[in-house]
Each structure stands twice: as C-alpha cells, then as structure tokens.
Design a binder for this molecule. Structure first.
Ligand code: MG
Length: 251
C-alpha cells in the first residue's frame, strides 16, 4: 500500500516537473529577419463595401465620435487629439493616447483612415497597441510598399498579414481584433504567450498567431512580465491618421 502510494506521488512529481519547466511554444521566426524585405508581399484582396458595425449591448464604447473622455496621454494629461465630424485625428507630436481603463482578453473594433501623403513607413503610420505593448500596425498600405512585417494589419516586426486587404488612403477601414493576453507565473516567467486574430475590412489577416513578445523596432524582444490588464494605446507617429467607432468587449 505504502509502495503504491509512493509510486503515485513519484509519478505525479515527475509529471509536474516538466510542466513547470516547460518553455511555452513560441514559434521561431528565424526564417525571416525583423523587417525583412525579402519576405513575400501578401497577396492583394479587394475588400467589400465598408459596413458600419455599431457596438453590441455588452461593449464598452471607447470612442463614439464626440469626446475623448475614455482617453489620456502617458503624462496623464487629458487626450489632446483633434475631434472633428465624428472622428478623432492624431495631433502630431502630442503623444500616444491610452484608455483610462485597463484590459486583458478583448474583442476590439476600431475604424481608421490614413492621410494620402508620404510613403513607406511614413504614410499614415499609427497603431493599435494591445496592453500598451503589442502593436497591430496602422499604415496606408494601398499601393504603398514597405517591409511586409510593418504594413497595415501586420503584428509589427513579427507577422505580415495573410493578405493585403487595404483600402486607399483617406477611406475608412476597420480592424476587428481578438486578443488573448499572455500569462506569467508569480516569478514572472511566461506560462502562455499572447495570441491575436485580426480581420481587416472583414477579411481574416491574422489567424490566432502566437506573439513572440512585445513589439519592437528592428528587434523582437522577449516577453517581460506585466499586469493582467493594461490600457489600449493608439500611436502618435507624427501623422494625422484618424479613428472612429472604437468599442471593446471584454472576453
Ligand atoms: Mg505604427
């Protein structure tokens, strides 16, 4: 009886050790350097007509076109981006804006339009940062070529979109993002990487991809432990990109 018990304890103990020590499955992107220009350009897909998707009953409306009450600058000063005709516009060099609320797992709807100016990374560059850390790139990617892991709907520096479903600059476009946050143990070790699904103008462009870590520029930094909920950030990249109809459902 004692031996049987000991055996069970031992087996359970052995089973537990690898589970604790196991490195979470983070895909290797080593085939492609960060911002690799040799990476194939995603095929073009022309999206259907823009359809306004109003917030469902359980959504938190983050921007209804009238005010920036849900937003703040990093300095904690009130958000100073411009409001005009039902949209907000980046006030260049004013800084990113962040939600006052914090979120973990979410379904997020965002509509955006870039100016028709500049080229490459300087054509309407902005971005939606989940947890203030993981960027879904916003950029004019209609007849504007850049490195594939930095075009519109890329997970910047990591994953190009499956297809390029961009509309021309100055037209409204939509993102529907499903984000599952990373998990960390009490020692700060990653136990579950973040996962992201994105629909761009209703077209699937990121299919439950596993993030390699936070967004970096010219780098793929490793995960660093953070809170279970953090603000959503909209990036100020010095260009007057516009946003409207932003709502979120907590999952
Ligand atoms: Mg950006």
């Amino acid at each position: 009886m004692f031996r049987k018990f000991a055996l069970i304890v031992t087996v359970a103990g052995l089973a537990a050790v690898p589970a604790r020590a196991q490195t979470p499955a983070i895909p290797s992107l080593d085939d492609w350097d960060v911002h690799d220009l040799e990476r194939p350009q995603p095929p073009l897909v022309t999206p259907g007509e823009m359809v306004l998707i109003p917030p469902p009953s359980d959504a938190i409306v983050l921007f209804d076109g009238t005010n920036l009450d849900e937003w703040i600058h990093r300095t904690e000063e009130p958000a100073s981006w411009i409001i005009r005709d039902g949209y907000m516009e980046v006030r260049p060099s004013s800084g990113a804006i962040l939600t006052k609320r914090s979120f973990g797992d979410v379904q997020l709807h965002v509509e955006w339009a870039t100016p028709n100016s500049g080229e490459g990374q300087d054509s309407g560059n902005s971005g939606v940062y989940l947890m203030n850390t993981y960027e879904v790139q916003v950029l004019n990617s209609h007849e504007n070529v850049t490195y594939p892991d930095g075009q519109a709907a890329s997970l910047y520096g990591q994953y190009p979109p499956l297809v390029n479903a961009s509309r021309p600059a100055e037209q409204w476009q939509s993102y529907d993002i499903i984000f599952r946050r990373p998990h960390f143990d009490e020692a700060g070790n990653l136990t579950q990487p973040a996962r992201v699904t994105v629909l761009h103008n209703g077209v699937l462009v990121q299919d439950n991809v596993i993030l390699t870590g936070p967004t970096g520029h010219r780098s793929r930094p490793p995960y660093r432990a953070h809170a279970d909920a953090l603000p959503i950030q909209l990036q100020d990249h010095n260009e007057p990109t516009r946003y409207r109809n932003i709502w979120v459902r907590e999952l």
